[in-house]
Design a protein around this ligand. Structure first.
Ligand code: GLN
Length: 551
């Protein structure tokens, strides 16, 4: 299935829904935003989503995944927040750079306009020029996708200094068109173990903090480990001035894909559309329901080991750094009605003690995702060798493909010192080398948004396994890298059995490799996980999971 194309239904004025957080971050604002967008889309409206990040970073490309989670990449090459991936996955649309902004990006464009005399000699002030720029970007995103409804997620929580100017923009939009703007407060209701009761006070405070920014919530999405009961809803209603039937209970769920149904159990899409004066069309969540049914009915397990750097903060593991990989594995698993069990494996373990490699035998498939730098790299290469020799299905994504090439060069071709020049610039056999145009950028430390980014065409070579998986001769995939398969080694590696199954013919770059006589051994220079959708799993992941579940 190809991505949905949005088309506005009726030429009523465009509608906007702002989603703002309260109490604390990480309670599911992104999934709330995605789910609201999806249920409105399911009523026959064209819907788009915008993410606002309050960081000064111009984009998410320079942020450490441990702190910020995965850097998602759009087809147009923008490096952005992982929530953009959620929006694309839920809505099954391709978004563009206009759907994302940070404080840095907003200030940068206002400053550029000032340098170009766009303000005609006026004093440029934080207010209104910054909120005005925010508003014009939101409206541009609406226009670009011809959306009936635009759902905008404002990062951070109410009461923070950092997102105030974005709230200011939202407030101004409400003033301009009161009937066309609604506010959703996604808040958290704790149940302290020693008290054993769900507390509404932090949410009351959050609603008041929002009030102090001039915004009254229309909706409260109450996140908690348990559903909100009638008395909590009543209390919140009185204290926060939100009608009781506009308080939505959002308890923890097994799978994020259940959230839209939960919202619909509260009749959310109908109520929101009514409030906008839009006539709701018949609901169409058929495909989505089929998906959640599969999620529930899958019992046979497929065990996937993801070998990477251990992205931990203190005592906690942040799997957010690989969120799209996890989701892509799930999509393919649900397609085959198997239950994915995913483990994190620190590649450094294999460097300390090779005996740990035997632990990999319990896995039905091994993934090495994208990465940068030298930590744990030899461990990754050892894991790849193990997967190749033990015939465990292997999927290498970007760095995972590059390391598969290094492993093959070392252990099959006999180039024992082969490496990527990212790690060893003096290797005698640089089987992975820097892209020529990247050399200058690195030398100048021109790092932000300068990798080979976004969608590039890939020609799938006939008679390869990957070509069969795709069932077509050409594809377009998203990238984020500076290093690349060195064409000087192509003949030698191919003579020794490596199959090159995907090529970018414009730049003559190797995009996909595979090995014969193995249940599944594929490496992609691009990131297939970025384009996998729950209703349309990626063919490479499908091939991988099929092979894994046969094991
Ligand atoms: N570090 C490698 C490169 O820059 C791989 C990048 C990645 O895995 N995204 O080419």
């Amino acid at each position: 299935m190809s991505p949905r194309k949005t088309k506005r239904t009726k030429k009523t004025s465009p509608k906007y829904i702002f989603v703002v957080g309260g109490v604390m971050s990480g309670v599911g604002k992104g999934i709330t935003t995605s789910s609201i967008a999806l249920i409105l889309q399911s009523r026959g409206f064209s819907v788009t989503a915008v993410k606002i990040d309050p960081y000064v970073n111009v984009d998410a490309g320079t942020m450490n995944p441990v702190e910020h989670g995965e850097t998602f990449v759009l087809d147009d090459g923008l490096e952005c927040d992982q929530d953009m991936g959620n929006y694309e996955r839920f809505l099954n649309v391709d978004l563009t750079a206009t759907n994302y902004m940070t404080t840095g990006a907003v200030y940068q464009s206002v400053i550029n306009q000032e340098r170009n005399l766009k303000f005609g000699g006026k004093c440029v002030s934080v207010v209104p020029h910054i909120p005005n720029e925010v508003i014009s970007r939101i409206k541009q995103a609406q226009k670009n996708s011809d959306a009936d409804i635009t759902v905008i997620e404002i990062g951070g929580t109410a009461g923070e200094y950092e997102n105030l100017l974005f709230l200011e923009a939202a407030r101004m939009m409400k003033l301009e068109a009161p009937d066309d703007v609604q506010f959703v407060l996604v808040s958290y209701l704790p149940i302290p173990s020693k008290i054993g009761e769900m507390k509404t006070k932090p949410t009351q405070h959050a609603a008041r903090l929002l009030n102090s920014a001039g915004i009254q919530a229309d909706w409260i999405v109450g996140r908690s480990s348990h559903p909100l009961d009638e008395s909590r809803k009543k209390k919140l209603s009185v204290m926060c001035s939100v009608p009781e039937d506009q308080i939505i209970s959002a308890p923890d769920v097994e799978s994020i894909y259940h959230v839209p149904h939960n919202f619909e159990d509260d009749g959310l899409s109908t109520k929101m559309l009514k409030k906008f004066g839009l006539r709701p069309k018949k609901k169409d969540l058929k495909e989505w329901t089929a998906l959640t049914n599969k999620v529930e009915s899958a019992t046979k397990e497929v065990r996937i080991g993801i070998v990477g750097k251990y992205f931990s903060t203190g005592d906690f593991v942040l799997s957010d750094a690989y969120i799209s990989v996890i989701e892509a594995v799930k999509h393919a698993a649900y397609f085959y009605k198997v239950k994915p069990v995913i483990d994190w494996i620190n590649s450094e373990e294999f460097e300390q003690d090779e005996e740990h490699l035997a632990d990999l035998k319990v896995y039905d498939g091994i993934v090495i995702p994208g990465g940068f730098g030298s930590r744990g790299i030899e461990g990754k290469i050892k894991a790849i060798q193990f997967a190749r020799e033990q015939k465990i299905p292997y999927l290498g994504l970007c760095y995972g493909m590059q390391m598969a090439v290094v492993e093959f060069a070392r252990n099959v071709v006999g180039l024992s010192k082969a490496h990527t020049t990212e790690i060893n610039p003096n290797t005698p056999d640089p089987v992975i080398d820097i892209l020529p145009d990247q050399k200058e950028k690195l030398a100048k430390k021109d790092m932000g948004g300068t990798m080979r980014l976004g969608g590039y065409d890939c020609e799938l070579q006939s008679k390869t396994m990957v070509r069969k998986l795709y069932g077509k001769a050409n594809t377009r995939e998203r990238h984020r890298h500076r290093y690349e398969f060195n064409n000087e080694y192509r003949d030698q590696l191919v003579e020794n059995g490596l199959i090159i199954s995907g090529l970018n013919t414009e730049q003559d770059l190797v995009e996909i490799i595979e090995l014969p006589d193995h249940p599944f051994f594929v490496g992609t220079q691009f990131h297939p996980e970025l384009q996998s959708r729950p209703l349309d799993p990626h063919p490479v992941f499908k091939g991988f999971i099929r092979a894994a579940s046969k094991r």
